[in-house]
Design a protein around this ligand. Structure first.
Ligand SMILES: CC(C)(COP(=O)(O)OP(=O)(O)OC[C@H]1O[C@@H](n2cnc3c(N)ncnc32)[C@H](O)[C@@H]1OP(=O)(O)O)[C@@H](O)C(=O)NCCC(=O)NCCS
Length: 123
């Protein structure tokens, strides 16, 4: 299930975010990112918890109009089991009534794959 990030989950959240291509280059960038999620009311971080915390998904509210999914990451031992898709689905459900949900460049390819599959299912 999707849970809201809390400070006591900082280490695990940083570990998960470090799989994002833009975050793994520099520890400093990762520290800034987590700080932004902790302090900026427009940045919302969620974690996916089964027995353990195994995924992270981060959203930025842009101009009170868009909910931009800017981070999505799953622990490598739990990939290809549909967790990434479930997280996107849950975030869509949480935000779609109030915002236009979209993906930042870093998340675009996975997000598109998922939404295209959904559109085909609906067709
Ligand atoms: C992307 C990521 C979150 C997917 O998580 P996951 O739980 O394995 O995803 P799902 O099981 O729901 O979906 C797996 C499918 O997504 C595909 N996929 C994985 N990474 C992808 C990417 N970067 N772009 C497009 N598709 C991708 C897989 O090939 C698989 O496809 P298939 O079902 O046709 O075999 C995970 O691979 C990850 O953490 N990657 C590192 C972080 C990252 O690069 N995030 C940004 C991705 S754009």
């Amino acid at each position: 299930m999707l849970i809201r990030y809390k400070k006591n989950l900082e280490k695990i959240a940083m570990g998960l975010l470090s799989f994002m291509p833009e975050e793994k280059k520099e520890v400093k960038k990762l520290q800034q990112t987590i700080k932004e999620y902790e302090s900026n009311p427009d940045w919302h971080l969620y974690l996916w918890k089964e027995d353990d915390v195994i995924g992270a998904i981060g959203v930025r509210i842009d101009n009170e109009i868009n909910a931009v999914i800017q981070h999505v990451s799953v622990n490598p031992s739990h990939r290809n089991l549909g967790i990434g898709k479930k997280m996107i689905n849950e975030v869509n459900k949480l935000y779609q009534d109030k915002y236009a949900v979209c993906a930042a460049d870093d998340v675009q390819s996975f997000y598109n794959k998922y939404t295209e599959a959904e559109e085909q299912d609906e067709a």
